[in-house]
Design a protein around this ligand. Sequence first.
Ligand SMILES: NC(=O)c1ccc[n+]([C@@H]2O[C@H](COP(=O)([O-])OP(=O)(O)OC[C@H]3O[C@@H](n4cnc5c(N)ncnc54)[C@H](OP(=O)(O)O)[C@@H]3O)[C@@H](O)[C@H]2O)c1
Length: 260
Amino acid sequence: MIKFDLSGQTAIVTGAGRGIGAEIADRFAEAGADVVAAARSTDEIEAVAEAVSAEHGVEAIAVPTNLRNVNDIDSLVEKAVEAFGVPEILINNAGANLPSPPVDTPIEDVDTMIGVNLRGTFLLTQRWAAAYREAGLEEGRVVNISSGTGTIGVPRMTLYGSTNAGINGLTRGWAATLAPDGVTVNAVTPGLVGIDRIRNLLEEQGDAIYELDRIPLGRLAEPEEIADACLFYASNLANYVTGTELFVDGGMTFTAGLYR
Ligand SMILES: NC(=O)c1ccc[n+]([C@@H]2O[C@H](COP(=O)([O-])OP(=O)(O)OC[C@H]3O[C@@H](n4cnc5c(N)ncnc54)[C@H](OP(=O)(O)O)[C@@H]3O)[C@@H](O)[C@H]2O)c1
């Protein structure tokens, strides 16, 4: 197995308190990176910061952050810089998915999904890029977590999917912008990941909303499989890769299941 070595580097991970983000924080710490865990739930990010530092011997801090608030975003970058210098790695993982038939989606949910997924991701990348340039760093990595719903049409996730299509746009635009600065920007695109929230949802209403037998590889993703794709992008193996999207979805996005 390839061992990734990120020692001496720092990763900001948004949405690090649970789900995929907690797994990313753990995998990056295992690879030797110091971690800045950000999300709104202070107890969750503090628990993740303590756990990864105890288990992997890295430094980790928790910075309570609401990505809908630009002051919080500025403060996240400032606190990360104070603790570690400018982080070489930014993982934009936090996301809001509030499914509903698009004819009924309430305005508050519209604002939340656009506010976190697009506005928050854009502004944090912008603030991080400014700090990166000011510090004169020569090599940086941004990984955005997208979603297969950004490529296919899913009725109950019409707006959520559109924000993920937007994240793919941010990935390409920032990749082009920051390439001269030595920064690569790529997206990891899960299909359906077996975190607690999804497993509970499947137990409650699985058959009504999913046809799991249409996932070509026949199972959900494990969260560490998403984290491993992030590690690949952050590592030297991906030095010449930017502006791309890696689907870690068991084949579900591109095989609509029409033909057997
Ligand atoms: N799970 C899947 O099957 C799946 C599939 C495709 C794509 N994805 C994408 O993968 C990413 C992680 O998903 P997940 O399923 O692990 O998510 P999750 O369990 O729902 O967790 C979402 C994370 O984002 C944070 N977050 C939400 N709103 C925020 C805000 N306003 N400010 C700061 N942080 C905020 C949450 O923390 P707080 O609530 O504490 O703020 C939490 O840590 C998302 O971008 C999602 O779109 C997931």
